[in-house]
Design a protein around this ligand. Structure first.
Ligand code: DLL
Length: 436
């Protein structure tokens, strides 16, 4: 079943015409309402009238995460505050988070796009659907929630945590659908098993997993342990949240909701377009957003756009799975973590030397972060007689990191000089999850 065939199955030419019209409108709108874009366009000698068809998009300036931070909090907002009905923020940024304001129209479009995703996964009104993404500033919880309600299925706003209770509800309520990060799905599976609940006692049949990279082998494991079919969902807060793209029953790439989010693939070095089928950086332009529209937003996600038609009948272009990122952002338990954030915390603690490592692992299906950092020799020589200062320092560092990163980490204080030094580029991060 297709939620909105008139859009999702639009003939190519009609789709491009619609995209062109919408692009012109959004460019005109930001030109007149966002100083940042007006200035950028004036620098390029561009006026809204120069953007007539979707092919004109290449004339427009790019937007980066740094631009969003520099204009914190509301500098890129196009709608007046009285029109904004909700705010979300991206997770784990250094310094200023990215604030995104949504108008009622934006929330309606988001719900519509989410309903398209859920319908493609096979979710129907008769389903009981549990949302175990975090509710709050993160877009996962509320984004999926509104989509389930819009579709008319029953939503269970489980959120994250409370896994034991969630396992019980899965059985007692006969929950049929589940949305969460793939790593949390595996953790949930483990808790279900430990609680003595048999797979045959669950009615789960559909899962919507995303917000972090995951592999085919992870999909198989989740499917076999929870007894459901797992589908990919992709999105990012700067563009909307979950719903930007979704797998259909063919599960060969994820269809992009192209009438609202226009994708390009560029070479991150030259910024030139890359042909279909080849990997590059994914860039999105929002075609209909009114709260905080963005032009040519560089996602830093590396993937390709898949050529050819999909047998499901949808004409929306498909993107491959995310192969990596152009920056060094780590996604740990669904939270974005930059090594530079860890560095700034460590460097702010006088007992710590500026030599550190980040080790990311997956233990019992949950991501773990271990931070190793050398203590300064002066600190240790003062307290050499006892080990407790080390334990105290580990606790202090862990608490500071938790405050900044919003996730807990295991801290190991190392002896001065014990971590390897590098002559060339330092390899600070070891990611043992081998996902990509
Ligand atoms: O993660 C939105 C979301 C919520 C998507 C729930 C899906 C489900 P951000 O916190 O802004 O938004 O993080 C966006 O997460 O640029 C990708 O690097 C990564 N990401 C999101 N979905 C996927 C996915 C939400 N399906 C960043 N596969 C993006 C791989 C994903 N990476």
């Amino acid at each position: 079943m297709i939620w909105n065939p008139s859009k999702e199955c639009m003939p190519e030419e009609q789709k491009r015409e619609l995209q062109g019209k919408r692009l012109h409108k959004v460019v005109d709108y930001v030109y007149h309402n966002v100083l940042f874009y007006r200035t950028k366009m004036q620098e390029l000698g561009l006026e809204p009238g120069d953007i007539r068809t979707i092919d004109d998009i290449v004339k427009l300036p790019f937007t980066t995460k740094q631009d969003l931070r520099d204009n914190y909090p509301f500098g890129l907002q196009a709608a007046p505050q009285s029109e904004i009905i909700r705010i979300h923020a991206s997770t784990g940024t250094t310094g200023n988070p990215t604030i995104v304001g949504y108008t009622r129209k934006d929330i309606d479009i988001w719900s519509e796009c989410m309903s398209r995703c859920l319908t493609a996964y096979g979710v129907r009104r008769s389903d009981i659907f549990s949302v175990a993404y975090g509710y709050g500033l993160f877009t996962g919880g509320l984004g999926v929630h509104y989509g389930v309600e819009n579709l008319g299925a029953t939503v269970v706003p489980a959120s994250t945590g409370g896994t034991q209770k969630h396992a019980k509800l899965l059985k007692d309520l006969g929950i049929t659908g589940l949305a969460c990060t793939p790593s949390y799905a595996l953790h949930l599976a483990e808790v279900v098993e430990k609680s003595g609940i048999g797979k045959d006692e669950l009615k789960l049949r559909v899962g919507a997993f995303g917000a972090e990279p995951w592999t085919e082998s992870m999909r198989q494991e989740i499917e076999s342990r929870l007894g459901l079919k797992g589908y990919n969902i992709y999105g990012l807060s700067e563009i909307m949240g979950p719903c930007v793209s979704y797998e259909c029953e063919c599960q060969h790439g994820s269809h992009i909701n192209e009438d609202h989010f226009y994708p390009e693939i560029i070479d991150p070095q030259t910024l030139r377009p890359i042909p279909a089928g080849e990997d590059g950086e994914l860039v999105f332009t929002t075609l209909t957003k009114t709260g905080m529209p963005v032009l040519r937003y560089r996602t830093r996600d590396l993937c390709s756009l898949l050529p050819g038609d999909c047998p499901c009948g949808r004409t929306f272009v498909r993107m491959s799975s995310i192969k990596g990122r152009t920056d060094d952002m780590l996604i740990i338990r669904g939270i974005n973590v930059f090594p530079s954030q860890v560095e700034s915390v460590l460097l702010g603690i006088p007992e710590c030397a500026p030599y550190y490592r980040l080790i990311v692992d997956r233990v019992n299906n949950l991501d773990t972060l271990t931070v190793q950092v050398e203590a300064r020799a002066e600190y240790l020589s003062r307290d050499m007689d006892t080990l407790s200062p080390i334990a105290a320092l580990e606790k202090k560092v862990a608490a500071r990191l938790r405050d900044v990163l919003s996730i807990s980490s295991a801290v190991q204080i190392k002896m001065p000089g014990s971590l390897e030094r590098f002559e060339g580029k330092a390899k600070i991060v070891t990611d043992n999850r081998k996902l990509i």
